[in-house]
Unconditional design. Structure first.
Length: 130
């Protein structure tokens, strides 16, 4: 039986037995996928969106968009510590599915400010600039 299916939940702590452990290669997504369906995550997500109701990436571009996704700033990759305690940002669906994925894949965001210049200091255009 897969490790993710065999986990017992500690009702007193509201944690799985593997919480705090690093998942092995390829196992992280399967292990962490169920965390998104817990009451603990739903409360954390709701608190993030209540505290920060606008999309963080749109705001940086001078736009106003309602956020509906609580996104991990640093991908947790199945690491429970990063999943439960890592910094979150509120994003709209467009930014989460397109801009954030591009940033994770290429190492920089292609988002531009109202002046048309890339916002991300890691963008190739900004390399070597002061």
């Amino acid at each position: 039986m897969p490790r993710a299916c065999a986990q017992a939940v500690d009702q007193e702590k509201g944690r799985t037995e593997t919480e705090g452990q690093e998942a092995t290669e390829g196992e992280g997504e399967a292990v962490s996928h169920h965390w998104y369906h817990t009451t603990r995550w739903r409360k954390r997500r709701a608190r993030q969106l209540a505290d920060h109701p606008l999309c963080a990436m749109c705001e940086k571009q001078g736009k106003v968009s309602a956020a509906s996704i609580a996104d991990h700033v640093e991908p947790h990759k199945g690491n429970a510590e990063k999943f439960w305690n890592g910094e979150l940002q509120s994003l709209c669906p467009t930014c989460h599915s397109a801009r954030k994925q591009m940033q994770e894949k290429h190492g920089y965001s292609a988002a531009c400010g109202v002046d048309g210049l890339p916002l991300d200091p890691n963008h190739p255009f900004n390399k070597g600039r002061s």
